[in-house]
Design a protein around this ligand. Structure first.
Ligand SMILES: [Zn+2]
Ligand SMILES: [Zn+2]
Length: 247
């Protein structure tokens, strides 16, 4: 049976991946939509107003603090793994491939529930000011807003990882794919542009997909659209607001 100790996995590699993933995805999205293809995507921009001066610097500072908290959690999870407390499995042959891909779907669905309800919780006025207000200071979201969290919110956001590794067997590669997808969806939600056509957004599949429009509206009206990946929970809890736009 393969163990993590005998593999290339280490928290240093994981920590590097946490920073690289964010800077590559957010940086690339910013470069394409705000610099390189700015004119080409102009019609898909969700707000005509420019991003306020100083906002991105602030978002980068808060994001680095968030990523540092994610790295500390990773270190802690590795320690717990070595002590035998987690359900992480190191050998790909310990579970089937069906289980491997199923576990990724399971993590996304679990995170969707976790995100929706913790997000509703931190909008409670007693917590909002101390936990979530920093994130909402980005009224006009852009890719760098994705992890612009107060440290308390970063800890809460990171909580999904221990919940996963204590609940069901998970391979580090599956976790890696899940966290990559989570970062991608988060950056896309904060893009400030709508990349999906209105036709797709009105289709059976598109109706349940969270998009840039959906989350941008949340940054402007904090009473609607709390979801991350899908719109199921917003639909079920009647917190969804749909914008009919020209795109
Ligand atoms: Zn946001
Ligand atoms: Zn919010």
């Amino acid at each position: 049976m393969q163990t993590l100790e005998a593999s290339i996995y280490s928290w240093q590699i994981d920590a590097a991946a946490i920073f690289i993933r964010y800077f590559v995805m957010a940086g690339l999205a910013y470069f394409v939509f705000y610099v390189w293809k700015k004119e080409a995507f102009a019609a898909r921009k969700l707000s005509a107003s420019p991003i306020p001066k100083g906002q991105i610097i602030k978002e980068l500072a808060y994001s680095c603090s968030t990523l540092t908290i994610f790295c500390l959690l990773s270190w802690f999870i590795f320690k717990l793994y070595y002590l035998g407390y987690t359900r992480i499995y190191a050998g790909l042959n310990q579970h089937s491939w069906l289980y491997f891909f199923g576990s990724i779907v399971g993590m996304v669905l679990l995170h969707d529930v976790y995100f929706y309800w913790t997000h509703r919780l931190i909008h409670w006025k007693r917590l909002y000011k101390w936990v979530h207000q920093v994130h909402h200071q980005s009224v006009l979201p852009n890719p760098f807003s994705a992890f612009s969290f107060h440290p308390f919110e970063a800890i809460l956001a990171a909580g999904i990882v221990p919940l996963i590794v204590f609940s069901f067997p998970v391979h580090p590669y599956a976790l890696f794919i899940f966290l990559g997808y989570m970062t991608f969806i988060n950056v896309m939600g904060h893009l400030g542009y709508e990349i999906f056509s209105q036709k797709f957004r009105r289709s059976i599949l598109g109706k349940y997909q969270n998009t840039g429009t959906h989350h941008s509206m949340h940054h402007q009206n904090a009473k609607v659209n709390f979801g991350l990946y899908f719109t199921f929970w917003d639909k079920w809890m009647k917190t969804e607001k749909i914008k009919e736009g020209k795109n």
